[in-house]
Write a protein that binds this ligand. Structure first.
Ligand code: BGC
Length: 720
């Protein structure tokens, strides 16, 4: 018998249920959800009633609790310790949406590895990341946690993160089990309101929201967290069709499902379970393994089994999966391997700081740069750094920064001062990020008037971004717009440094400012990275992973629209349009400026036709035609002008970020498999349909600026 079979044979029902219970335990834990209905105690660990713990931090405390589980519980089964290590543990990289803007899968992987090393050294074994919910609605605060609007980007991001967190061997003491979350389509909550119902078509689910999860599973992610929400009336946390039939059976997922916080118990509120016992039974039957923080499994699974609502075999199967993950993590052999270091709490090492600084610099996204106001000369007149985020650490590390250390976070004021040692810099808040106190605006105007150039550090307070932070008006908060107007009125060139977790709809500001640099929330080294870009030491190369709306009224606006029978025609009234604003976003997906210029040649293909099973290679030459070195991202889109179902006008198939010296050129080859041409038929089965396809290369999803080549998939000769 295997160890797992032996354990299951030896376990009482209470001990089995215990293996499925995940609670937060410990006095000063991080709080990531509503108050616990279940009050856990260390005694329950001893009794084998708790198998996993979240939000307990500090390796000594974790190791002490692990010792109780291993040495004092009847079967000595180790605990699994989980935490939201989202974009860092101590040393924070940019928030995921910002990091996506770098379009650098190698960096996405490297920062996950860094986070895993720091978290594992603090005795954590499981992270609730990567969050790979695509989002096309910036009203939803959690857009900050994910990779933006595109399914291909989401899939590449998911793979890079799973690889980075887990490494090649889960048993390694610095391997962190990854959780792909939140399965699925959580980013499509109604009207962008967090936790609200989701209703997207099966087609959109399969085309847009599922691919990143399928990629994570294919990459071997250890866990999946089903979303809180229902999908067209089917709450994901209790849905056997999705969790077991689709993901386990069809995709071959072998890891565990960990519920979202209280989501199993919330099946009652969803109206699909009459009481906790029904909720527990439904979730277990669906395939949910760990119940995080709800009373359902700990209090009501036993009565559910006794009432015959769910079979004991389902319990055993879930327990086996959880034990299997603990085994793969090496917890039975070496329960204290993670966190074994005896050194005092590590200070971020220089190479870690260098990595997150480089990633932050690569993620900063330059939306506009009139008259080439940026980069700023390192000598010259005074610089006025104005705005509520000039000196705050929160708006550098963002809303879900783990234990991101604010003390070691470099603020804008610090980073900019370091980048411009020979220029006088004044720092004035002007207003706070929230509230209606405008009394500091006059001082800010005076500071602007005394300066040669203004750096305006404004945006969205980190507190208003993230979970439970939906905003009906995603724009500047408090009196920041008044501050911006007053400073702009001085006539000084104003460079907006926009800290935000989502596109902020302030078109007037981006039109009037001399330049706008989106910082996102850039992480522990944010201030230095901004200094690098402002001074030209780094050339900005961030590209928008989401379309940036002109106005709230356009939401959702995304590049992957389907064609309409009445495409927009300015000369024809009865075409698709708003009468009061443009259809196009203010800045398209992929937009971002550089201090140099790039050009692409017309793409070519080796052969104009191909057959099923063959590959197609699209080639183009990228040239840096400007006068400084820089990096840009080249996107390859596919269009299928005629298919059995109407396909989006553009589908991203590949992207590559390339660094080139001034004047240098490089040939890029993108190879596509037949499957890359496939679409879902009316039956939702993927097929590559014969006919013409257009392959377009460009620097963004602005269709007017793309360069296109056509290829044809030949029909198979008829069998005679
Ligand atoms: C969030 C999850 C998170 C969990 C545990 C929930 O509120 O939705 O993303 O992993 O808390 O902290």
């Amino acid at each position: 018998m295997s160890r797992i079979d032996e354990l299951i044979a030896a376990m009482t029902v209470d001990e089995k249920i215990g293996q499925l219970v995940m609670v937060s335990l410990g006095a000063e834990t991080i709080v990531t959800g509503p108050g616990a209905a279940h009050e856990p105690s260390v005694e329950e660990v001893r009794e084998g009633r708790i198998g996993s713990v979240l939000n307990l931090v500090g390796r000594d405390r974790i190791r002490a609790l692990q010792r109780i589980a291993v040495e004092e519980s009847r079967l000595g089964i180790p605990l699994l310790f989980g935490l939201d290590v989202v974009h860092g543990y101590f040393t924070d990289a940019p928030v995921p949406l910002g990091e996506t803007a770098a379009f650098r899968p190698d960096l996405w992987e490297a920062t996950a590895r860094l986070a895993a090393e720091e978290a594992c050294d603090e005795a954590i074994a499981l992270t609730f990341a990567p969050m790979i919910d695509l989002a096309r609605d910036p009203r939803w605060g959690r857009i900050v946690e994910g990779p933006g609007e595109d399914a291909h980007v989401g899939s590449v991001f998911a793979r890079a993160k799973v690889r980075g967190f887990q490494g090649p061997d889960l048993a390694h003491p610095q391997a962190l089990a990854a959780t792909a979350k939140h399965f699925a389509a959580y980013g499509a909550v109604t009207a962008g309101r967090d936790y609200a119902s989701v209703d997207v078509s099966e087609r959109t689910l399969h085309e847009v929201y599922l691919p990143a999860f399928a990629a994570a599973v294919d990459e071997g992610c250890a866990a999946i967290m089903p979303a809180f929400v229902d999908l067209a009336g089917r709450p994901m946390s209790g849905d056997r069709g999705y969790l077991t039939d689709l993901v386990r059976r069809r995709w071959g997922f072998e890891g565990i499902y960990v519920s979202d916080y209280d989501a199993v118990g919330e099946l009652v509120a969803h109206g699909v379970a009459a009481d906790m016992a029904e909720a527990a039974a439904r979730a277990l039957d669906a395939g949910m393994d760990l119940d995080m923080m709800s009373p359902a499994y700990p209090k009501a699974l036993k009565p559910a089994l006794e009432r015959g609502l769910v079979a004991m075999t389902a319990l055993d199967a879930a327990v086996a999966r959880v034990l299997r993950l603990k085994e793969r993590l090496g917890l039975f052999e070496a329960p204290h391997a993670r966190g074994a270091a005896t050194s005092p709490r590590p200070r971020p090492r220089p190479e870690r700081r260098a990595l997150v600084r480089a990633v932050a610099a690569a993620s900063l996204t330059l939306l506009a740069n009139r008259d080439r106001v940026l980069p700023l000369a390192t000598t010259g007149g005074p610089i006025a750094l104005i705005g509520p985020f000039a000196t705050t650490a929160e708006e550098m590390i963002g809303p879900w920064s783990g234990l991101g250390d604010q003390e070691i976070t470099v603020t804008l004021a610090e980073g900019i001062a370091a980048a411009f040692p020979d220029r006088r810099i004044t720092v004035t808040a002007g207003v706070a990020g929230e509230g209606d106190d405008g009394s500091g605006i006059a001082a800010a105007v005076a500071a602007a008037e005394a300066a040669e150039v203004v750096l305006l550090a404004i945006g969205e307070p980190a507190r208003l971004s993230g979970e439970a932070a939906s905003r009906a008006r995603p724009g500047l908060t408090g009196r920041q717009a008044d501050l911006a107007r007053a400073v702009l009125a001085t006539g000084k060139p104003v460079v907006v440094l926009l800290a935000c977790g989502r596109p902020l709809t302030e078109a007037w500001l981006y039109e009037q400012a001399a330049a706008t640099l989106v910082l996102w929330y850039p992480g522990s080294e944010g201030g230095n990275a901004v200094g690098d870009v402002l001074s030209g030491r780094a050339n900005p190369s961030g590209r928008l992973p989401v379309s940036w709306p002109v106005d709230i009224g356009q939401i959702p606006v995304f590049y992957g629209e389907r064609p309409t029978g009445r495409p927009f025609d300015p000369n024809e009234h009865f075409t698709t349009r708003y009468v009061d604003m443009p259809n196009a976003p203010l800045f398209p997906f992929g937009h971002g400026l550089s201090y140099t210029e790039f050009a692409l040649s017309d793409p070519t293909v080796a052969a104009a036709t191909f057959r099923a099973g063959e590959t197609v290679t699209v080639s183009t030459e990228l040239a840096n035609t400007g006068s400084v070195a820089g990096a840009t991202t080249v996107f390859l889109f596919l269009t299928d002008p005629v298919a059995s179902t109407s396909r989006p006008l553009l589908e991203l198939k590949r992207f590559e970020t390339v660094e080139l010296a001034a004047g240098a050129k490089r040939r890029l080859d993108f190879t596509l498999a037949t499957a890359d041409f496939a679409c879902l038929g009316a039956d939702l089965v993927a097929r590559a349909e014969p006919g013409a396809f257009w392959l377009s290369v460009g620097f963004s999803a602005d269709r007017k600026a793309l360069k296109t080549v056509a290829v044809r998939l030949e029909a198979e000769p008829a069998l005679v």
